[in-house]
Design a binder for this molecule. Sequence first.
Ligand code: UTP
Length: 515
Amino acid sequence: MAPLDDEPELRAGLARAGQSHLLRFWPQLEPAERAALAETLRALGAEELGAHCRRAAQTYAREQQEEEEAGGHPEGLAGRLQPVPPEFFGSVARSEPATLERWEEEGLRQISQGKVAVLLLAGGQGTRLGVPYPKGMYDVGLPSRKTLYQLQAERIRRVAQLAGEKFGTSCKVPWYIMTSEFTLGPTEAFFRDHDYFHLAKSDVVLFEQRMLPAVTFDGKAILDGKGKLAMAPDGNGGLYRALADNKILEDMERRGIRYIHVYCVDNILVKMADPVFVGFCVSKGADCGAKVVEKAYPTEPVGVVCSVDGVYQVVEYSEIPSEVAEMRNPDGRLTYSAGNICNHFFTLDFLQTIAEKFEPQLKSHLAIKKVPFVDEVGNRVNPLKPNGIKLEKFVFDVFQFSKNFVAFEVLREEEFSPLKNADPASKDTPTTARRSLLSQHYRWAQKAGARFMDSQGHPIPEIQSLSGDEEPPAVCEISPLVSYFGEDLEQYLNAKEVQSPLLLDESQAEALRQA
Ligand code: UTP
C-alpha cells in the first residue's frame, strides 16, 4: 500500500477507492489542516478505506433486504437456539451459601497470587448521556460526589486488600483501561489530577482502541469538517485489536496475570474482579465466561446469552421469536433468561488465541446514526435523521471461539444498574444509578444492624426487602474502602443509632467502631 503523503498520490489513491470527495475542500485548507488530513488518510490507507466503505454500504444493503424479506418476523432462529446447560450455568440465587463461599475463596486466592486483572471498556462516546467528557468522570450525585472512576478505583483497592489479608500476601489487581480518541486525553488527565485514586500509577494501564470512518448509505466516507473525516471508535469488540496493537497481552504475561475480568464503565454496581465470579469460572476450568442477570420479562430489550446451532453467542431480543422468548422451565423461570450485562471473564490464553487467530473473523455490526457532516459548499449540518453507518465489533462476539464457556447469573439489584441516558429518561439514568447504589447500601447497613434516625433524632421506619428501584427511607453511602460488597459492617453498625444521611467512609467507620 503506497503511503498517501503527497497530493497527487493522495488523489490517485482516493480516486481508485471511490473517495475523491474527501479532497473537495483541499484548496481552502491551511497547510496544517492539509497535513492533518493527509496524515489521517495515510494512516487509514486508501485501499483499506475504500474496502471499509464498500463493506459498510454492502452490509447496510444486505441487512435492509433481509429485514424486508423477514418482514419483522424473526422466525429464522426458532429450533436453532439452546440455553446454556445447567452444568455450565452458575447462579448466586440458586447456590448453597457454602458453594458460594468456596467460589469466593477460590477467587480471592487467585487475586492474592496476583493472577487477576480487571479491564475496563471506556472507549464509548456516551452519546445518549450526552456529556462532553468520558462517562467514567460522571458524578451521579451521591453524598460523597464520587465519580464512577473513583468508585471503581476504590473497589479495586479493597478487593486486593481482602484477598491479601485472607491469604497473607501483598497483592495488586492491575487495571487496564481501554479508551478511544475521545476519552484517552481527558481520562489520563483525570487520573493524574486525582493521583490515580491512590493506586500505583504503574498498575493503571491506559490504552487506545482504533477509530473507523463513518460512511454514507451509498458508501462514501463522511467529512465532519472541510479537512476532517467523521470517525468513531470501532466498538467495544475493538478490544481485541487494541490488545494486540498496544502489546497489552505481553504486559499481562509479564505481570503473571492469568484471568481477566472485563466490564463496562457505566454499571455503577460493578463488582470489580468479583471473587465469586472469578472463582466459579476458575473452578469450572472456563476459558470464557459471561456474567448475566435474569431477564425480567420475555420482551425485555436485552441480549440473551445462549447457543445457536451449538455455538455460544448473545442473541438480540429482537431476533428471538416471541414463542421462544416466552418458553419457561418447569420451575417457572424463562428458558432464555440469561440477560447479557457486558461483564466477562477471560483467561489470558483465550485472549491470546483471539488476538492472534480469530480477531479478523469477528463480525462487523451496523450502527445507523446521525452523523454531523459538511455539505457540498462547506456548511456544517446536524442531520435530523440518521444519515450514516458506523461499523462496530462487539466484545461478546468471541464466545463462539470458547472451548469451555460458562455463564454466571447474579442478582440484578446487587450488581447491575447501568448509566446510559440523561435524566429525565425513564431508565438507566443518573437518578436510577444513584438510587440503586443507595438502596444497596441501605440494605447492607440494615443487615449489619444499623438503626437510622432522622435529623431530629427520631427513628426512621425501616423498609424490609427494599428493591433497587425504590428510594431508600434513609440515605446511606458506604465507601468501597470500608466494604466491597457488604462485608465486615457489623463492627461499625450493629445496634448503632446512626443519623441519615450517613456517609460511611474510613474515618466515620472508625469513629463508629469506637462508639
Ligand atoms: P454502549 O454501547 O452503551 O455505548 O457501550 P456508549 O458509548 O457508552 O454510549 P452510547 O451508545 O453512545 O450512548 C457499552 C460499553 O462499551 C464501551 C463503552 O465505553 C461502555 O463501557 N465501548 C463502546 C467502548 O469501549 N468502545 C466503543 O467503541 C464502544
